[in-house]
Ligand binder design. Structure first.
Ligand SMILES: [Zn+2]
Length: 231
């Protein structure tokens, strides 16, 4: 199998918490995964002592290390200010359109933009922009300058979309064999993890709850869309 996957996350560590076990499983099955991070992660601290510029560098290094643990092919940094993604929504949609046309993913993962009471504005914006870009990337009349200015760039229709962080899942991935690897990748995000032991306990409960209805020890759950099947 030689298939491409594009994960669109708002922050460093979003992909690991929501989908790390599934990603490393799919990679072992032959998927090539590109991970786009929309923000710079510079506000990932509650301490006023922390310098956002230093934190940004730290979080980039943590994310690159974590990607290596999971086997992710490349991390793409879009660099918008953390917490303020909504202010860049239109530019983000254009960037993601370009990225989809370039990576040409068979499967795209993103935040569920329709999740009720999704508190984090970056998660809402990243999810919505990703869905809008799925439409625009597939149609040559959107952002035609991208196609004219980049040799070889073509419109691309994404085959399937997996939404993470969803309240309405219809696909469960057995991550029993990859749960340890998921925890190993999360441990790379040292600046975000106060107690790895507490976090492991919390995630094991969460992934166990997800798996229990399907007969898996640990699972991650997604809402799956096939965007171009019913249009
Ligand atoms: Zn996040």
């Amino acid at each position: 199998m030689n298939k491409n996957m594009l994960v669109i996350a708002a922050h460093p560590d979003d992909a690991e918490f929501t989908s790390g076990g599934s990603l490393t499983r799919w990679i072992s099955e032959g998927w090539a995964v590109s991970l786009a991070i929309c923000t710079d992660g510079g506000k990932g601290s509650q301490s006023s002592e922390d310098d956002p510029a230093v934190l940004t560098k730290t979080r980039q290094a943590e994310q690159e290390a974590s990607a290596r643990v999971l086997g992710i092919r490349e991390v793409i940094w879009l660099g918008h200010p953390d917490g303020q993604l909504a202010q860049a929504a239109r530019q983000l949609e254009e960037q993601l359109t370009y990225l989809i046309r370039k990576v040409r993913p068979d499967r795209l993962l993103a935040w569920d933009a329709w999740k009720p009471y999704q508190l984090h504005p970056d998660h809402r914006t990243a999810g919505q922009a990703a869905m809008d870009a799925v439409l625009t990337a597939g149609n040559p009349h959107f952002y035609p300058d991208q196609l004219q200015q980049t040799p070889g760039l073509q419109p691309h229709q994404v085959g399937e979309v997996y939404l993470f962080g969803t309240d309405d899942p219809d696909e469960w991935v057995d991550i029993t064999a990859t749960f340890e690897r998921k925890m190993e990748s999360i441990a790379c995000h040292e600046s975000q993890v106060a107690s790895l032991r507490d976090l492991a306990l919390q995630l094991s409960h969460c992934n166990r709850d997800r798996g229990v209805t399907r007969g898996y020890t640990y699972a991650e759950a997604f809402k799956v869309l096939h965007p171009f099947c019913d249009t």
